[in-house]
Design a protein around this ligand. Sequence first.
Ligand code: BTN
Length: 332
Amino acid sequence: MPATTPTQSEILKYLKDKTGDFVSGADLAEKFGISRTGIWKHIQKLKTLGYDILSHSKDGYKLLEVPDLLTPDEIVPSLGTKWLGLSYHHLETVGSTNDHILLLAAQDAPHGTVVIAEEQTKGRGRMRRDWLSSQGRGIYMSILLRNHLPVRIAPQSTYVAGLSLAKVLRLDYGLDASIKWPNDVLISGGKVAGILTEMQSDQDYSRFIVVGIGINVNYSRDEMEGPFRYPATSVSIQAGGAVKRREVLLAFLRRFEEDYEKFLAGGFSSLIPDLEEFSGILGRKITMLIGEREISGVARGFTPEGALSLLRSDGELEAVWAGDVTRVEAGF
Ligand code: BTN
């Protein structure tokens, strides 16, 4: 589905400003300096993109409904952010948004650049797993961050993204969302989103960080069946009906900008109260894979430096910096 031309974007903006009212073809033609037939053609194109526009031979055109698109037309004017998403790239299809944003980063794309795809043909997860990325069902997004953080600190951007998403799902959608440290977001125990953070560094400092986020928004139960390592779910399954991806995305980007600024100003320790509130593992017995090593214990909390404090089954307290939680025991 090709993007709109600048004229189509302007016509759309004009129709949105007048939502609920007819705008005559003659007015549009005069305003945009093109013929009425030209306007009609642009309106036809907008209709093929899913905009519900009523055409009336005498009264003109009336915008009735806007489709659930993640195009710049639908996202950028509504963002209200200071830096996040101001450089916004929307692709119909791509191998992986993380790979695409790495190319943009090499061409000096600015801090806060966002790449979104309607589908990914080579969506990547952690541990070389694939990420289910069917057309229009989810949000597949990468964010470029150009803060020069110490290499040890940079991966904590993952926690900020998980936290922001868990907040959106719990506070805005009323869902039982939690963070499965370090990079998953769950709803009622099912994985609804995963985060893949990648970084390029110059010695001890990151040159840039890419936070790749995949959110299962409108997948059905059947579509979620498959070789997933952790039981998967979607926002629509949990909400009991289709959810507008556009609204999830906008809410997430706004919260992420706010949380990331808080993290930059106050460090990891400023996130701890929120992380404790939204964590799905604290106080629970968990099993983790750290490389090849499997350990079990009770997740006690986070250290001010950003490690998970695990009271191992042998009674020792271990600070875990990275790992994969493979099991969470309920109600421990
Ligand atoms: C995981 O849980 O293993 C992480 C999944 C990350 C998936 C997202 S989708 C957008 C971005 N592009 C990718 O190829 N992967 C991340």
